[in-house]
Design a protein around this ligand. Structure first.
Ligand SMILES: *Cc1c(COP(=O)(O)O)cnc(C)c1O
Length: 412
């Protein structure tokens, strides 16, 4: 952790203030050519006392637009200050958490994990197209536990998706099915593969075995790119498994999605997309000629306040504070699993993860409702999950285990 430093409240205030000072101000300067302004002052007055000592709110009211990708191109000078803060945020995440080489990656703060995942698929589709492949020669491959944003992306981008079966007990991709799927799409004339590997799936917290995937892909002889979806797990898993191979230290990993609006408790609109240098160019849109630096991203206009919020949260904790936070969540989950075992309630938990998934037979509608448990399928639930987030205290968990044990005693 070389770039990520813990900062005091005052240091954070000063840094955001200096970023805002480096932006041009709609309040003070003749900004005549842009379709944007400060927030409506009837509702959000720029001089409200609420804004003192509230850098995120100050940024919101100033309303900087971060359109474009600021690691690739020089963007609108109007919002240079907060765009620089976005780059500092990306450095922390890409270099310190995901082990990219400094200056050797690109990225941006996207609307969420969905956009980041679609951005990855879009870049790889264009990358393969540049090599002469048609849509029908590109296969998108992932496990059946993968988030639905991948099928949304395949639908939008007209790509073929292949879902590899997982073992119902371990949630690991079945080796035979990886080979079977590769053989079947190779027979259909696929020449390029986009593999989406999970660092903690949404329902089970399961993590794909990258070595198994890499071996299968390498022996297929096909050209492939691997994208890691760590939308949920990216701010948790690397702190618990410091030797993970699902980051940029692994030459096979080409891009990563991670959401700050899940485990980081940042406002919505803070998905982060990261990719090795040299790939953003595939989605450069030269028709965006009125945007300085042009555009490479799916979203277009986006709020600079989102980057500021995530930067503030991460620097307030610092790397050690963050590890401690993750450690506490893991410990609470350990506690829950121990109690479930003692009560003879089955569950799935990926090693050290903070998601515990319980077979639906243990959960009656009263328990589901009382604890807001989320099923894998609302129409036909087989599993319910518990996610041990910041607000999920041992007290709540204790009460849940009690109710589950009573249910078990009544029915078995
Ligand atoms: C939540 C999630 C997404 C989608 O993220 P949004 O921010 O809701 O768009 C994608 N992948 C995984 C693994 C997720 O958990």
């Amino acid at each position: 952790m070389k770039l990520w430093k813990k900062k005091s409240h005052q240091e954070i205030l000063d840094r955001v203030k200096s970023a805002l000072d480096q932006n041009r101000s709609f309040y003070k300067e003749p900004i005549l050519g842009m379709p944007c302004s400060y927030l409506d002052s009837k509702i959000f007055p720029g001089n409200s006392p609420i804004l003192a000592n509230a850098p995120f709110l100050q940024t919101l009211v100033n309303n900087p637009n971060h359109i474009g990708c600021h690691t690739v191109a020089t963007s609108e000078a109007t919002f240079e200050g907060t765009q620089q803060l976005e780059r500092e945020l990306l450095d922390i995440i890409a270099c310190d958490i995901f082990k990219a080489e400094h200056g050797n990656y690109d990225g941006y703060v996207a609307t969420g994990g969905t956009e980041s995942n679609i951005q990855a698929l879009w870049i790889y589709r264009e990358y393969f197209k540049a090599q002469g492949l048609s849509n029908d020669e590109i296969a998108v491959v992932c496990s059946e536990d993968t988030h639905y944003s991948i099928s949304k992306g395949c639908n939008l981008l007209c790509l073929n998706q292949y879902k590899v079966k997982v073992d119902p007990e371990t949630r690991k991709m079945a080796l035979e099915d990886i080979s079977a799927k590769i053989k079947s799409f190779k027979d259909k004339g696929m020449k390029g593969v986009v593999f989406v590997a999970n660092m903690m799936t949404t329902m089970f917290g399961s993590v794909d075995d990258i070595d198994v995937i890499a071996t299968a892909l390498q022996s297929s002889g096909l050209d492939f790119k691997i994208h890691v979806d760590s939308a949920y797990g990216g701010f948790y898993y690397p702190f618990i498994n410091v030797d993970t191979k699902l980051d940029f230290s692994n030459p096979l990993i080409n891009s990563i999605t991670v959401d700050a609006h899940k485990m980081v408790q940042a406002p919505y609109g803070t998905g982060i997309f990261l990719i090795r240098k040299g790939f953003m160019k595939y989605t450069l849109n030269q028709d965006a000629s009125y945007v300085k630096g042009e555009d490479y991203t799916l979203v277009g206009s986006r709020s600079g306040a989102n980057s500021v919020a995530v930067w503030m949260i991460l620097t307030a904790h610092g790397p050690h504070g963050w590890s401690e936070k993750v450690y506490i969540l893991k410990k609470r989950t350990d506690w829950l699993c121990q109690k479930l075992k003692e009560s003879k309630i089955n569950f799935f938990r990926e090693k050290k993860s903070n998601i515990v998934t319980i077979p639906a037979k243990h959960v009656n509608p009263k328990i589901e409702k009382k604890y807001y448990l989320v099923p894998d399928s609302h129409s036909k639930p087989s599993w319910y999950k518990i996610i041990v987030m910041e607000h999920v205290s041992v007290g709540f968990l204790e009460s849940l285990v009690e109710d589950l044990s009573l249910e078990l005693a009544e029915h078995y």
